[in-house]
Structures are given as structure tokens and as C-alpha cells.
Write a protein that binds this ligand. Structure first.
Ligand SMILES: CC(C)(COP(=O)(O)OP(=O)(O)OC[C@H]1O[C@@H](n2cnc3c(N)ncnc32)[C@H](O)[C@@H]1OP(=O)(O)O)[C@@H](O)C(=O)NCCC(=O)NCCS
Length: 160
């Protein structure tokens, strides 16, 4: 692994937006992203950087004793190298240190690649939010992980 993970800074926002626009049919605006990143009490944004180039980013939100995965994106030419895996592992490790054991997220029903990633991190589907995405009208799966400890500690990575 040649990249490093560090906290996102405001100066990263424009490069994050390039990936966001490349990867999501309904990208956030720069303003939304900066608002999120600025909310340090409840949000934590991290980036994976390789030789000064931003490969991917993750934004999580703390809701009392739960972690919500708000956004995760990896540039297309850096996929399949474990960048998203490393970003999630780092964030879940930090959450565990804060006493957080549960996490949730929504993922498009057609996004099987992301679902595999989350299933490897111990998430399981618990429901469907119909028509969740405004532009595509696609449904979202609601995933939960009730025990972040196992994966954060390097436990089993696959349990279909
Ligand atoms: C989903 C997404 C974040 C995955 O990012 P990624 O960095 O390619 O993910 P990883 O490399 O950690 O894992 C992806 C695959 O690479 C494999 N892989 C290859 N090398 C690896 C390594 N060194 N370490 C871990 N996994 C590795 C994984 O096993 C996995 O295989 P699988 O797809 O067969 O399950 C990325 O495809 C993306 O940004 N998609 C568009 C946006 C999106 O869907 N975001 C999530 C919205 S909920």
C-alpha cells in the first residue's frame, strides 16, 4: 500500500468534488460538502492520498452511539486496490475508540460492488427505502452493522 489516510482539510474539497461528480449520479455541491466537513463535532472526513493525489474519501457522521456512513468514493482509476477498505477500517477503528459499536448506511440496490464491500465489513440489509434517490428514482438498501469490533480488530472479512 503506497497511500496514506489522513483527515480531510478544506483544501481537499475541490479534488473530492471531482471524484464526487465522476462517481455519483446525484453529486453533492461544493457548498454542501464544505458545510459537512466544517461540522467537526459530528462529522469526520478522511482522504486517501498517494504522492499528493487524492484517491478517495470517506465522510461519516456520529449520531449519539451510532456511526452513519454519509459518503464514500474512490476515483475510477484507483479502484480495486483496497482504498475503500482501508478508509472504512480506519474510520471504524476510530469510532470504536469513541465507544461506538453500531453503524448504518444506505446503498443503491444496483450498487453490488459497494454492497460487497459493506458485507465484508459486517453490514447486513435490514430494509429498503423506496425511491430513495431523487434523480434515478432507485431504491436504497438500508444496511446495519451491530458489531464494529470484529472487523475493526481484523476479524473475519466475509460472511455472506
Ligand atoms: C464502491 C467503491 C467505494 C469501492 O472502492 P475500492 O477502493 O475499489 O474498494 P476496495 O478496493 O477496497 O474493494 C473493492 C474490490 O477490490 C478488491 N481488492 C483488491 N485489492 C485489494 C486490497 N489490497 N485490499 C482490499 N481489497 C482489495 C476487494 O476484494 C474488492 O473485491 P470485490 O469487488 O470483488 O468485492 C468504489 O467502487 C466507488 O467509489 N464506487 C462509486 C461510488 C460508490 O458507489 N460509493 C459507495 C456509495 S454507498
Amino acid at each position: 500500500m503506497t497511500w496514506e489516510i489522513r483527515r480531510a482539510e478544506r483544501r481537499d474539497a475541490r479534488e473530492i468534488m471531482v471524484i464526487e461528480r465522476e462517481r455519483f449520479p446525484e453529486p453533492w455541491s461544493l457548498g454542501m460538502l464544505l458545510d459537512e466537513m466544517g461540522n467537526a463535532a459530528t462529522r469526520r472526513y478522511t482522504v486517501a492520498i498517494e504522492a499528493g493525489r487524492l484517491l478517495g474519501y470517506l465522510g461519516v457522521m456520529y449520531v449519539i452511539d451510532e456511526l452513519h456512513v454519509n459518503t464514500l468514493g474512490v476515483r475510477a482509476d484507483a479502484e480495486g486496490r483496497g482504498v475503500a477498505t482501508a478508509l472504512l477500517d480506519e474510520a471504524f477503528g476510530v469510532a470504536r475508540e469513541r465507544g461506538i459499536e453500531r453503524a448504518t448506511l444506505e446503498v443503491a440496490v444496483s450498487n453490488e460492488r459497494a454492497q460487497r464491500l459493506y458485507y465484508r465489513h459486517g453490514f447486513r440489509p435490514v430494509g429498503v427505502r423506496k425511491n430513495y434517490y431523487e434523480k434515478t428514482h432507485e431504491d436504497a438498501l438500508v444496511l446495519w452493522n451491530d458489531d464494529l469490533a470484529e472487523r475493526a480488530a481484523g476479524g473475519p472479512t466475509l460472511a455472506e
